[in-house]
Design a binder for this molecule. Sequence first.
Ligand code: BGC
Length: 738
Amino acid sequence: MKNWIIKEEWFNNQEITANENRFLCGNGYLGIRGALEEFQKEKLPAVNLSGIYDRVGDGWREPLNAPNPLYTRMKVDGEYYFLPEKEPVSHTQELDFKHGLVRRHTTFHTKRGSVTVESEHFASMADCHLIGMRYIVMADFHADLEIQTGIDGDVWDIHGPHYDDVRFEQKDKRILVDAITHEKKEHVCVAEQYRTQAPHEHKTKEEERRSLHRICVVTDINKPVVIEKMAAVYTTNDCENPQSASEELVAESMELGYEKQRKRHIDCWEKLWSTSKVEIEGDEEAEKELNYSLYHLLSIAPYHAESQSIPARGLSGQTYKGAVFWDTEMFMLDFFINTQPKVARTLLKYRIDTLAGAEQKAKSYGYSGAFYAWESQEGGYDACSDYNVTDVFTNRPMRTYFKDKQIHISGAVVYGLIHYVNSTGDTSILYEGGAKTILSCAMFYDSRMIERVHSGVYELCDVIGPDEYHERVNNNSYTNRLAGFVLTEAVRILSQSREDEKLAEALGEADCEYWEKRFKEDTEKLVQKKPGTNGVIEQFDGYFQLEDTTVDTVRSRLLNEKEYWGGAYGVASDTQIIKQADVVTQLVMFPEDFSRKVAWDNWNYYEPRTEHGSSLSACMYGILACNCENPDAAYPFFRKSAAADLKGGGKEWAGNVYIGGTHPAAAGGAYMTAIKGFAGITMEDGQIKAHPHLPDGWEKMRFSIFYQGERYEICVTANGTEIKSMGHYKISGHCGDF
Ligand code: BGC
């Protein structure tokens, strides 16, 4: 791929938050919103941390934003020059997404001449606690320049403030901050240090929750003043003494210097791309959008952990409470299984390690087994509120049942586990809790089913499928099919455990014989929906009786554009208009169930009835269209998924609450559409096969896939496919090591 740069050529006040998502950089431990250095909290900058949360009062529990060590502003001849207060002469912001480097270049006119600021920063891929920044100022006159740089502890929070106390310490060219959280008194410690060759006077400046160096220089004409800065972030989640850990790391990294740290970081990115990039000949735009999406996935993967997952909005902030949804297993996992299997394992270990939380949740509703959190935080705590939406007319919270009724979440966990084991051949995860997880999810569905008197069939009633606009429905086809899958897999594992002692041990105390028999019966009796005479599968009982109308008609009934479409009285609730792919997702996951004709009939029925109100929707329509040999119908859905973060346009605000951020599930969905859809990659009888359906103009696709202990390089053209083994690998190591 030739062009790995995305660029914004002018400063636009309206685009500030969208650009912060577009120019995000991260390393799985932290995500840095692409804010300009001078931005304070009302502009939503953030160094968003993974896996550490806080709750204040009745507010939503959300992940922490660390004190911001990139905060920098400048004064020229005693006057501040920064955006948006001062109009620039020129401004560009860019991201080199091959190497995770974010840059800006801004020129201001001052009374005596022009001054240019250039900066670059990165979240180190080589050391996840490390951030590097270079800030350069150049004037075409002898400017009286003061660069103020340090740590801004007055961070942006949605439901904060999360720090009860923020303590600063200045040690010459180093600033340290220890911020203490409200709920659990965790310490979030950040250290920063700068270096410059320019002769300067060093002063300090203390403000409310902010500590700064003042670097005072009289500039030479057209001679840059270069400031190099390293910062380190540690919390009590990482080690016992985050204060000294952050200080030590900063001191060490300053010794190596910015250039060398930058090189280490770039080398890691190169390694990641060597197994991750997807080349598309014949469609440069699509190639760029797709790889930009993959950049986002690679920026938020938890390389540093053994057991951690990815929130639905990645590391772009506190939206969606930094919680983990089914998005990970159903939309992102494919990419990691194929390109970074160690990360895939880490994501699944998170579910295994939160099994106790899922069992607790099931119990709280009176069920057995594991009912996973709809919005999972640490320990499997379900952060989903009973009232997820506010009624725009009364301003009252509306009861939603996402947490209580989206029981398909447990099925997604099992689907992910089985997919991982089948693709990688790494069965060890089953012994390390995977088998127990599958068994427990099956027990949950078993306890959740009901049998009406004399009906002879089992049903899953009062559920919500992927389409959230129809709450509390019976026998959602997707959910029942997935539950059937879980039960079948549980039966397989139970029967295997008769021959495999280690597996029997991993299943613990369970009475395997009893459960095997019971799950078999469940599988046979659980209602599975069949296509009707028109070939269409009814999404849930009674769906076809709902008003059959169009998305536009439903939209025209809104009295307020922010009105919620679902819930008890939503405009879509009594109609066949759905929020996102539902039956279509089922057909993508289980292509073997029905003929291509049935799949295509369903695509054609449901697509015009889908609002695509979730960024998870388009890719499923894309993949299914490919499976039905219709790549040109798939193409716009693919582009929509791939461009979700590049072009933006998604909802950013719900009332006064910021709901924007990045969309990693759409990014993963774009990858799936390219690989499963257009390249038509399947795993059959222990082998990778390709059944390509390349869209118009695509000449060649080239990518790499890990499968069953080997790495393969695959080249797909309309005339044939080459699948070349590159040898064995072992799932171990870190960041780009497999
Ligand atoms: C979608 C869910 C999704 C969640 C997080 C919602 O709008 O309906 O399916 O899991 O967003 O991405």
